[in-house]
Design a protein around this ligand. Structure first.
Ligand SMILES: [Cu+2]
Length: 106
């Protein structure tokens, strides 16, 4: 089944999320979708409230690219450094944020 969220988030990456939202197929309110990915940490945002990860292709979601994710809590990124190779899971939210659920070095 094709799902709405991946397309919306992909286009949100391109800065067009608001423009394409009306074209999305409505879906009932439900839990955010969870995705698994691998990548390399490129930079941290202020106070590590975000992290930019060069991620590999995520089948069914998007191709390889670098983009920003939000940690679920402030402790989550404490042990990581720029250049770390990581495996992580995240959810995308209806407002276009991508929240890291779990993250480990690999
Ligand atoms: Cu991406």
């Amino acid at each position: 089944m094709l799902r709405r969220a991946p397309l919306v988030v992909l286009l949100a990456c391109l800065g067009a999320g608001a423009a394409i939202a009306p074209l999305s197929v409505p879906v009932p309110a439900q839990a955010a979708e969870r995705w698994e990915a691998r990548g390399v940490i490129e930079r941290f945002g202020a106070e590590r409230k975000s992290v930019s990860i060069a991620h590999e292709a995520i089948p069914g979601y998007m191709g390889a690219m670098t983009m920003s994710f939000e940690p679920k809590n402030t402790e989550q990124l404490a042990r990581f450094a720029i250049g770390d190779r990581v495996s992580f899971t995240f959810t995308d939210t209806d407002d276009g944020r991508r929240v890291i659920e779990s993250i480990t070095k690999r």
